[in-house]
Design a protein around this ligand. Structure first.
Ligand code: HPA
Ligand code: ZN
Length: 326
């Protein structure tokens, strides 16, 4: 069985990671202090006590208010740089990181401030941490399509600093087709496309069908419910499309980590990857997620190597760079 040392030693890519989900309690306290914001918590234990939930909705209800401590470009830089240092320690060589601009612009922080701070951390990451880092702009699906469209247009001057776009937040009542026009425009702008199809959502399988057949994407975030429809699993296999699974996150928003489903897909040849989602909240970085899945499902070392190789194969690295890892 694979040990933590074996897992950490494998070069890997992380493809499902929300930068705002890497806000550790100690950094939250430091930023609150620096920005003169009273968050009503004064110790790491106080903050950690608020980082508790049992569903996607209850997680999001903690996640968005915590972001008020992020105000300046330096704040966003420090958040991303701390994550990149932590990822490097887990053997991550390449990362495609989500960020939620509307969670900041909606409270008065300019788009440019957010991108400037995050991008500086990404640009310095090869030298500082030995990690190749890129940004994926996520639209909040519980906001309007008009707001997403405005956010997309705001990104155009920063087009060369953003690799792709995604869709996150509360999926209930906010299906992919709500954003079909925005995603078509994003594709025209040259962005790569991905969307969350969360695991605890009734009707998730319909949203997976939509992102495979209608609003076609380059990858699917979570997407584990695809096991409910073998015909859609076939589509994933034919296209070699990646799924970015997050075992420890799953165990918070549903009854378990979905190890059986994830490993079943892996063993049937789907390009399954393992990722940490919101590690400061769910208490596990990427190596913890590999280890948890390996222990729950009895993965062999060869299967863990396959997961790590899948992470590069499903990445948006150029073919030449990707092949150097495969
Ligand atoms: N799903 C939806 N929204 C999110 C997530 C997620 O996994 N993480 C952060 N925002
Ligand atoms: Zn996510």
């Amino acid at each position: 069985t694979p040990t933590r040392e074996f897992i950490t030693g494998l070069p890997k890519a992380e493809l499902h990671l929300h930068l705002e989900g890497t806000l550790e309690p100690d950094l939250k306290l430091r930023l609150a202090d620096r920005n003169g914001i009273d968050i009503g918590q004064s110790t790491v234990e106080d903050v950690r006590a608020t980082y508790a939930f049992d569903s996607l909705a209850s997680f999001l209800a903690v996640y968005y208010p915590a972001m008020e401590v992020l105000q300046t470009a330096d704040d966003f830089y420090e958040l991303a740089d701390a994550y990149l240092a932590r990822a490097a320690a887990d053997g991550v060589k390449h990362v495609e990181m989500f960020f939620d601009p509307q969670a900041h612009t909606s409270r008065g922080v300019p788009f440019e401030t957010v991108v400037t701070g995050y991008h500086r951390a990404a640009a310095e990451a090869p030298e500082r941490h030995g990690v190749d880092a890129h940004l994926i702009l996520c639209f909040l699906r519980d906001m309007s399509a008009e707001s997403a469209a405005e956010t997309l247009e705001a990104s155009v001057p920063f087009r060369d600093r953003i690799l792709g776009v995604g869709l996150d937040s509360d999926e209930r009542g906010n299906p992919p087709e709500k954003f079909a026009t925005v995603f078509a425009r994003a594709r025209d702008l040259g962005y790569r496309l991905t969307m969350h199809c969360d695991i605890d959502q009734a009707g998730s399988i319909d949203n997976i069908r939509t992102v495979l057949e209608q609003v076609v994407v380059d990858r699917v975030d979570h997407g584990t419910n695809v096991v409910e429809d073998p015909a859609l699993v076939e589509v994933l296999l034919e296209r070699g499309l990646g799924l970015t699974c997050c075992p420890i996150s799953n165990s918070f928003v549903s009854d378990d980590m979905k190890a059986t489903e994830i490993v079943g897909l892996l063993r049937s040849g789907v390009r399954v990857t393992v990722n940490s989602d919101d590690p400061a909240y769910f208490g596990g970085y990427v190596a913890d997620n590999y280890l948890a899945l390996a222990e729950a499902a009895g993965l062999t070392c060869e299967e863990v190597v396959r997961l790590a190789r899948n992470s590069f194969a499903a990445s948006w690295l150029g073919v030449a760079q990707r092949d150097a890892y495969l």
